[in-house]
Design a protein around this ligand. Structure first.
Ligand code: AGP
Length: 610
């Protein structure tokens, strides 16, 4: 996610643009930039780092009554001056800020290179601003429409053209965008927080719409030129809430973002007609990619929540691609002199891309001759640069210290890699088609679980004073049991353990009594009956049973004390669904206890120390 903002009117707009960017810094903050038109000339200033760095650089050097601005969360191209927005067309007349992902940017780039366009950044956005120049024939509105007709993907954009300085163009497809209505001035913004100080009158744009904005008027149309009558609405939020989109904490916002972030992690990576997947970050490096396809052994190294998703990756890859996988805590891997033989591949999983232990494990693996792949959320992070190739999550900034949306996106990416490996081995088209079709339905299934959040909130109130929890699962859901326990520990400070359900008999069952809530992940699968047996064993010792179960399961209601139902899905993908109620349970318990959910005691979002 990025933050975009634009102004056209009769005031100096530099202060408005800088302050407006600061209000959406949580959307992305690895670099920022601004274009200002002073009535005669255009000036572009861009700066890596937070917006305060851009502000210092600008000082009092800029004044102007039209401008566009951007704070970046990198998706294509590392953070840095060249990849920061606004991007400028080759002829220097057209300026663009963009929030979203253009999926067909490679083919569009080839088309423009044939027309002698040149490119100076690694971004998809620079392709779009030059495509607009390619179509420009004296009307910026028409040029933008024609360019967007060629685009596949998502965008919220703002465009300024120095040949038509009295107008800004805004357009939306898949990324939020609104128009702010002022007195002799108007604005576009990705988030109401940016304009709330100036106006509470806004028009929310919908997908496929374009807006032609002057200081006195805004004309709304569809991309195929149909005039639209749009309602002006009032912003109802307080500013402080808006950054969290009305949620009490970033963690809750990020839990509820998961239908979108799961979709974004799959965007452009599913080839339904071929019953397989395609990850650009791998296939763009054929020689390195072939080492993964032909791997004889895979190590997955990570820490914390990322280690849990790595464990799910082990179960996936071994079951479907039949490649031996070993998951290691990065901190252990780096010191135990691992055996790296020819054909060994290491996959490092890290949301932040800055975890010191994971980075050290990568270096040790490379020292021993392994090819190393990264699965990261932060573009241009240290780990993403240290690995030979990799895949980004596209989950957007994860602000809450307790990882939620990054975990589900990591599992999605590991599933995509699994399917790709398996379809290069013995997985049939039919089996691959069935799985990728279910992948596409996941966002809707997650949405359905989130609609049940009030029931989970009520359940959390019953257990917020518990002092111990046990989380039990089998197979793909054993790592989910570990993740559920970690979520509860790190934000509610309640002691919790995750175990393979059968392992409970080898010791932990001694803990069971009438004060012990035991969370069972009991989704319908081939070992469901064994989980039911474990539930009965806990029941026989007066344990309190909380079960995460499949919608169709009526038996579980007879034996569990509390049941949270989730949609049916193939076993491989079930962790994406079973983890959601556990994230919510942990969140609501911590919130009930009044703790600082986003910044729990003793923790940091990225552990950059050993
Ligand atoms: C997860 O909720 C924790 N914040 C922590 O375990 C985290 O997963 C771990 O520190 C790894 O971080 P990374 O994914 O950024 O490498």
């Amino acid at each position: 996610m990025c933050g975009i903002l634009g102004y056209i009117g009769n005031r100096d707009c530099v202060r408005f643009l800088i302050d407006g960017l600061k209000r959406v810094e949580y959307r992305g903050y690895d670099s920022a930039g601004i274009l200002i038109y002073d009535g005669k000339n255009t000036s572009v200033v861009k700066q890596p780092g937070k917006i305060i760095e851009l502000e210092k650089l600008i000082g009092d050097s800029l004044k102007g009554n039209a401008g566009i601005a951007h704070t970046r969360w990198a998706t294509h191209g590392e953070p840095g001056h060249a990849n920061s927005h606004p991007h400028v067309s080759n002829n220097g007349n057209i300026f663009l800020v963009h929030n979203g992902i253009i999926e067909n940017y490679t083919s569009l780039k080839k088309k423009l290179e044939k027309e002698s366009f040149t490119f100076y950044s690694d971004t998809d956005t620079e392709i779009l601003v030059n495509l607009i120049q390619f179509y420009y024939a004296g009307c910026i509105e028409n040029a933008v429409k024609r360019a967007l007709a060629d685009v596949e993907g998502t965008y919220g954009i703002g465009v300024f053209c120095s040949e038509e300085p009295g107008v800004l163009i805004a357009a939306r497809m898949g990324s939020p965008l609104l128009i702010g209505i002022g007195e002799n001035e108007n604005y576009f913004a990705s988030d109401p927080a940016s304009v709330l100080k100036q106006t509470d009158e806004v028009v929310y744009m919908q997908d496929g719409e374009i807006a032609v904005i002057t200081d006195s008027k805004v004309v709304h149309k569809t991309l195929d030129d149909v005039l639209l009558e749009k309602d002006v609405e009032k912003i109802s939020f307080e500013l402080s809430e808006i950054e969290k989109s009305g949620y009490d904490h970033f963690m809750l916002k990020e839990i509820f973002e998961q239908p979108r972030t799961i979709n974004d992690s799959m965007r452009g990576r599913i080839l339904l007609d071929e019953g397989t997947t395609k990850l650009g970050g791998l296939s763009e490096h054929p020689e390195i990619y072939s080492r993964l396809l032909n791997a004889k052994k895979i190590f997955i190294v990570a820490c914390g929540t990322s280690w849990h998703s790595g464990l799910i990756g082990e179960y996936m890859i071994e079951e479907y691609a039949r490649i031996p996988v070993e998951v290691e805590y990065a901190s252990e891997f780096r010191y135990r002199d691992p055996i790296i033989t020819p054909g060994t591949v290491v996959i490092a999983v890290s949301q932040s891309g800055e975890t010191a232990d994971t980075l050290a494990a990568i270096k040790e693996a490379k020292r021993k001759g392994a090819t190393v792949f990264g699965i990261c959320n932060v573009v241009g992070s240290t780990i993403s640069k240290e690995t030979d190739a990799g895949v980004y999550l596209h989950a957007g900034p994860e602000i809450g210290v307790a990882s939620t949306k990054a975990f589900t996106s990591q599992v999605i990416v590991l599933a995509l890699i699994t399917i790709d490996l398996a379809r290069h081995r013995n997985m049939s088209f039919r089996e691959g088609y069935k799985i990728v079709k279910e992948l596409k339905n996941l966002p809707e299934m997650v949405e359905k679980i989130l609609e049940n959040s009030e029931k989970i909130k009520e359940l959390a109130k019953k257990f917020s004073s518990a002092s111990n929890f046990l989380y039990l699962g089998r197979g793909f859901n054993f790592p989910v049991a570990l993740e559920g326990a970690l979520k509860l520990k790190e934000i509610s400070y309640i002691h919790a353990e995750g175990y393979p359900a059968a392992e409970m008999k080898h010791g932990p069952i001694a803990l069971i009594d009438e004060n012990m809530p035991v969370v069972f992940i009991a989704a319908k699968d081939s070992i469901y009956d064994k989980v039911v047996t474990n539930i009965r064993e806990v029941k026989a010792r007066n344990g309190i049973i909380i079960a995460i179960a499949s919608e169709s399961d009526s038996e579980i209601d007879l034996i569990a004390d509390y049941v949270i139902k989730i949609p049916e899905v193939t076993n491989l993908l079930s962790p994406i669904l079973t983890v959601i109620p556990l994230q919510l349970l942990a969140y609501y318990i911590a919130a009930e206890k009044g703790y600082d959910v986003d910044m729990p005691r003793n923790l940091a979002k990225s552990v950059t120390v050993e």
